[in-house]
Design a protein. Structure first.
Ligand code: F6R
Length: 366
């Protein structure tokens, strides 16, 4: 069952070089520019006409929604709002028949997400589900949807379900962009080709596992951690911090890197580990100056960088390389080292990584 691994979580982390491919299987073929999500076929016009998409979810699924916000806005030029299901359901949200709600849930049983769906439905919105568990309550409550096909996720900390959600949401964003004509044929083809390469790039990140383990060893007894990223890597920073909190019980915070100087920078001293998502993308120069700001205050920096980066290794304490990909697909590779880092730290602290205290795999009560 654990396939020779010590925990389900590490098995599921390593499965991602396969599961991401499973999320795309039969849906995407770059050689003839094919992209189709069966469950959404009848809704593509509706998607293309939507003025706004509201995404709801909790925890890691909410983080996948934040990634999707960048994807939908950038590629499909549609206004997106991402909401915690628990907040959305208790407001009096302005929703109409023109709205599309995308509910994201691994288990498909999260009580708050289900209630948010029922509320939006009662106001006439069209609801799509992005669920992992087939036949789950949320999958049944939605009008249409696309399963993530990550396979059963047993570890309480969500890993392969997150990358599967991001993969499926990327496919939806590209399909919508294509229908609306908001991306060029060239970008469309390039994204499909790059998506097909993601599984092997994720496998490449695994080659750094022993290095990540060494870094984990050094920071095993840290009391706090800060995770910083910009753009698409901002939700990845939130996800990295959540993974560390839930399984190692180390206090961790994720922030958009530019927000640091509005408060959190006061926390930086020689005892503060700061994980930077510093891949080579349109935020690179800005992230480099944020790293300098942290180093000037003696923070200990672990940077996730793009393979071959020559600048950042000379500035920081530790680097972990990830392969280059299309900027829009970065989270699928940059989140992997963060999952591994939290796993190894939690194991070294002797935590029950598959079943952390106080947590349940599906949160069926509000
Ligand atoms: C994080 C985690 C939780 C879930 C959240 C939503 O690792 O496991 O934050 O992501 O409870 O669960 P689903 O996706 O099942 O709705």
């Amino acid at each position: 069952e654990k396939g020779g691994y010590d925990h389900f979580m590490i098995k599921e982390i390593f499965e991602q070089s396969r599961s991401i491919g499973d999320s795309m299987r039969g849906r995407l073929r770059s050689e003839d520019a094919h992209l189709q999500l069966g469950g959404l076929n009848n809704y593509l016009d509706k998607l293309a006409e939507a003025d706004r998409i509201i995404i709801v979810g909790c925890g890691t699924s909410w983080h996948a929604g934040l990634v999707a916000e960048y994807l939908f806005e950038e590629l499909a030029r549609v206004n997106v709002e991402v909401e915690y299901a628990s907040e959305f359901r208790y407001r009096n949200p302005v929703i109409s028949e023109k709205d599309i709600v995308i509910a994201i849930s691994q288990s498909g049983e999260t009580a708050d997400t289900l209630a948010a769906i029922e509320l939006a439905k009662s106001k006439g919105a069209t609801i799509f589900g992005v669920c992992n568990v087939v036949g789950s309550s949320i999958a049944r409550a939605t009008h249409a949807g696309a399963y993530t096909h990550a396979g059963p996720e047993i570890g309480v900390a969500s890993t392969k379900a997150f990358t599967a959600q991001v993969t499926v949401l990327t496919l939806i964003a590209i399909a919508m962009a294509k229908r609306k004509g908001t991306i060029t044929e060239e970008t469309y083809r390039q994204l499909l080709i790059e998506l097909e390469h993601i599984p092997e790039k994720v496998a490449k990140v695994f080659e750094n596992a022993s290095k990540i383990k060494e870094i984990a060893f050094i920071f095993t007894y840290a009391r706090n951690f800060i995770y910083l990223g910009r753009g698409l890597n901002f939700p990845v920073a939130l996800e990295g911090a959540l993974k560390l909190k839930e399984i190692s019980y180390i206090h961790a915070e994720g922030y958009p890197a530019a927000e640091m100087k509005h408060g959190p920078i006061a926390l930086i001293d020689e005892d503060m580990p700061v994980v930077f998502l510093a891949t080579r993308d349109s935020s690179y120069e800005k992230i480099v100056s944020n790293i300098q700001e942290v180093k000037a205050r003696k923070g200990r920096v672990i940077a996730i960088v793009t393979e071959g980066d020559k600048l950042i290794p000379g500035m920081v304490d530790f680097v972990i390389e990830v392969p280059q990909t299309h900027e829009m697909l970065t989270p699928l590779v940059s989140v992997i080292p963060l999952q591994l880092l939290s796993y190894y730290i939690a194991v070294m602290r002797g935590r029950n990584v598959d079943q952390p205290r106080n947590l349940a795999k599906s949160v069926t009560v509000e």
